[in-house]
Design a binder for this molecule. Structure first.
Ligand code: UDP
Length: 238
């Protein structure tokens, strides 16, 4: 079931349901696209109809973050809960490992995807990572060629928004072996350990944003989109 917030059609799913849908994509006949908008991206999408339409083309739109969940609650159309992109990705690793699905990692600065791959293999023993590439390339076609040559079946695209969404939709039909691709922002940095996540109690208390702000005060500009998103979401309630 879909839950609309400021034009974005979120899928109202629990983590378990998201994983089942993700696994279903692996048995499909096309490269399904998963996007993981948080409140900041939701705010950008509310102001940019083209970006919003692009996100809505995705096969699965996960509510990444407490901000989106709170906005839904304030609109009195609550979502089942947060399904953070990085948590979805981590859980999917076990699915890939169990099925022998070949995963390709694209994005972040040179070296990060390799570090992330190492951590992912520890998290999901048996996981097959068939290739990695950093996210600072000039020629998209040669990246697509590398993904295809590796026989990737799943692809994590971590280029930040909206670059990753544009990449996925531009090349969706040019990757015949890919069945699932997910736009996951800075998740490879997270797996590599370059960006530490907040302590568990803070995540549970929906305070991860505060932890990130303390670590990187320069994020204040982009974080101001969160309260703006909440106000806009509450005002634009049908
Ligand atoms: N990135 C990239 N190529 C680019 C721009 C960014 O690979 O041309 C990477 C960057 O290194 C970082 C991620 O994309 O790992 C963006 O992370 P951020 O947390 O900003 O993602 P967002 O919050 O936009 O989803």
């Amino acid at each position: 079931m879909k839950q609309e917030i400021l034009g974005l059609q979120f899928d109202n799913v629990s983590m378990e349901e998201a994983l089942a849908i993700g696994e279903g994509f692996l048995d499909g006949d096309k490269a399904a696209v998963v996007v993981t908008p948080n409140a900041e991206i939701g705010y950008d999408a509310a102001k940019d109809a083209e970006f919003c339409a692009l996100l809505n083309r995705a096969d699965l739109i996960l509510p990444d973050g407490a901000g989106v969940v709170l906005a839904a609650k304030l609109r009195k159309t609550p979502l089942k809960g947060k399904v953070a992109g990085i948590d979805f990705a981590r859980n999917m690793l076990s699915v890939f490992a169990r099925r022998g699905t070949k995963l390709y990692l694209l994005g972040s600065k040179p070296g990060v995807a390799e570090q992330a791959a190492e951590k992912m293999r520890e998290l999901a023993p048996g996981l097959v990572i068939c290739g990695t590439a950093d996210g600072y390339f000039k020629d998209e076609a040669s990246v697509v060629e590398r993904i295809n040559a590796a026989g990737a079946e799943a692809l994590f695209v971590c280029l930040g928004a909206p670059k990753q969404e544009k990449f996925m939709f531009a090349h969706q039909k040019e990757m015949p072996s890919v069945r699932l691709m997910a736009g996951l922002g800075g998740s490879l940095d997270g797996f590599a350990g370059n960006v530490k996540r907040a302590p568990d109690w803070m995540i549970k208390a929906n305070l991860e944003w505060f932890y990130r702000l303390c670590k990187e005060p320069s994020r204040i500009g982009r974080m101001m989109r969160l309260p703006k998103y909440l106000i806009k979401a509450t005002r634009n309630r049908q």
